[in-house]
Design a binder for this molecule. Structure first.
Ligand code: SAM
Length: 384
C-alpha cells in the first residue's frame, strides 16, 4: 500500500495522532478484506434462500437484495462498523488539523506564489445539496469556515481521503486523474487539449496530473468550497503545478461559451442533485468547443451489475450521507447527456482500469465505502 507523500501543505501528525489514524486505516482494511466478504456468504446461504422461499424467484435488483440483507445481523454489524470507521476517520484527522490550523493557514498563505491563480467569490451561494447534509459524514462538509483564510476542510480532506481509500489511490491520492489520463492517451491519442477544466476539483488530487500529461494546456479547476480551493492552490504551488483555481458552481460558471477542449470531473456527479446534474451537463455542452469532449469518472452504474454487487455499492446511499449516490448510479446517462445537447451516438460509457497496480491486484470485490473496487473506475463521457 502507498504511504502519502508529506508535501509542505499536508497536516503533520504527532505520534499519537498518527497512531489513531493508522488504527482507523487498519480497521477499514480489516473490514474491507476480512469482514465484508462474509456478507456474500450470508447473502447466498441465508438471505437469498429466504427471498426465494417468499417469492419463488431470485432477487432481481439491489433494492430486492437490500430488503432481505438489511435484517441480517452479520450485515448489520459490518455496516455499523463501516459507519463508525468513517466517523472515527474524520475525528482522527480533524482533531489533528484543528491543533495546527493557524500554522496551516500561514503555510497556505506563504505558498501563494506566481504559479497559476486563485479566484474566490465569497458571494457564491453554496448549493443546498451540500448545506443540507454533511456528505460522506465530513463534519461541516467541504465549505464550512471557522476562521479567516480557512483551509481546514481542505487539509482534513487531503489526509482523510488517504485513509478513506486505504492508500489505494496512490501517494498523492491522484489515481482518478491518472486513470482517466491513461485511458484518454490510449483511446484518444490525438486529443491535444489546449484548455482543460476540472469540475469539483476539491483539493486538486485529480487535477494536477493533467498539468504533466498535457504540458501545452492551460488547466482550470473549479469548486464551490473556498477552504478546498485555498488549500488546493497552495498544494499545487508546493508541488510545482500551474493551475487556475476559481470558486464557481459547475451548474453555471462565468467562463465564456466554447472555452474548453476537455472538461473532466472525478467523483463529483454523485454528490450533486438530479437538477444540478442536468445543469452541469448543459454547462459542459456550453463550455466545450465543437468537437471538445467531457469525461466524468465515477464508481460503476448499477445496470448490468450483479444485484448483490450493486447492493454493496449502494451502501453509501443509506449509510454514509450520500443521498444522491444511488439515484446517479441508476440514471440513464445517455438520456442525461442528450437532453443537454450531446448526440446519443457520441456518448461513451466504459470501465477503465485503475492506473495503480496495487488497486488492480485487489480482492475483486465491490463494496460499500471502497472506491475503485475491483481496481476499476467507470467513465461517462461525450463529444460535442
Ligand atoms: C468528492 S469531491 C471531488 C474530488 C476531486 N474531484 C478529486 O478527484 O479528488 C467533490 C467536490 O465537488 C465540489 N462540488 C460539489 N458540487 C459542486 C458544484 N455544483 N460545482 C462545483 N463544485 C462542486 C465539492 O465542494 C467537493 O469539493
Amino acid at each position: 500500500m502507498y504511504e502519502q507523500i508529506q508535501h509542505p501543505l499536508l497536516p503533520q501528525a504527532t505520534h499519537d495522532e498518527r497512531a489513531r489514524q493508522h488504527f482507523v486505516h487498519a480497521l477499514k482494511e480489516h473490514l474491507a478484506t476480512t469482514v465484508s466478504p462474509g456478507n456474500r456468504v450470508v447473502y447466498e446461504k441465508r438471505a437469498k434462500p429466504r427471498f426465494v422461499r417468499e417469492t419463488q424467484r431470485a432477487p432481481q435488483n439491489h433494492h430486492e437484495v437490500r430488503r432481505v440483507m438489511k435484517d441480517e445481523p452479520y450485515y448489520q454489524i459490518w455496516s455499523a462498523l463501516q459507519r463508525i470507521s468513517q466517523e472515527m476517520m474524520w475525528d482522527a484527522v480533524a482533531s489533528s488539523v484543528e491543533r495546527q490550523l493557524p500554522d496551516l493557514v500561514a503555510r497556505a498563505k506563504q505558498n501563494k506564489g506566481e504559479l497559476g491563480s486563485l479566484t474566490l467569490n465569497p458571494d457564491l451561494p453554496i448549493p443546498p445539496y451540500h448545506t443540507a447534509v454533511d456528505i460522506h459524514c465530513q463534519p461541516g462538509g467541504y465549505h464550512s469556515e471557522t476562521c479567516p483564510d480557512d483551509v481546514a476542510a481542505g487539509a482534513i480532506y487531503d489526509r482523510a481521503v488517504h485513509i478513506y481509500v486505504m492508500g489505494r489511490m496512490g501517494p498523492l491520492n491522484d489515481d482518478l486523474g491518472q486513470s482517466l489520463i491513461a485511458y484518454l492517451k490510449t483511446a484518444y491519442p490525438d486529443l491535444q487539449p489546449r484548455t482543460i477544466l476540472d469540475l469539483g476539483c476539491a483539493v486538486g488530487h485529480s487535477t494536477l496530473p493533467y498539468v504533466d500529461a498535457y504540458p501545452d494546456a492551460e488547466v482550470y479547476a473549479i469548486d464551490v468550497a473556498a477552504p478546498m480551493l485555498r488549500y488546493a492552490h497552495a498544494r499545487a504551488q508546493a508541488l510545482g503545478k500551474r493551475v487556475h483555481f476559481s470558486q464557481q458552481n459547475a451548474e453555471r460558471t462565468t467562463f465564456a461559451d466554447a472555452s474548453f477542449d476537455l472538461i473532466v470531473s472525478h467523483i463529483l456527479l454523485h454528490e450533486t442533485s438530479a437538477s444540478a446534474l442536468r445543469n452541469i451537463m448543459r454547462e459542459c455542452y456550453r463550455l466545450l468547443v465543437p468537437g471538445g469532449m467531457m469525461f466524468h469518472v465515477e464508481v460503476p452504474q448499477y445496470g448490468g451489475l450483479d444485484p448483490y454487487d450493486a447492493f454493496m455499492l449502494d451502501w453509501d446511499t443509506y449509510n454514509n450521507n450520500e443521498p444522491f449516490w444511488g439515484a446517479l448510479h441508476e440514471m440513464d446517462l445517455v438520456a442525461l447527456a442528450s437532453e443537454a445537447g450531446f448526440a446519443p451516438t457520441r456518448v461513451v460509457q466504459t470501465m477503465i482500469p485503475s492506473a495503480l497496480k496495487v488497486a488492480r491486484s485487489r480482492t475483486g470485490l465491490f463494496q460499500g465505502g471502497d472506491f475503485a473496487g475491483r481496481g476499476q473506475w467507470f467513465v461517462f463521457g461525450a463529444a460535442k
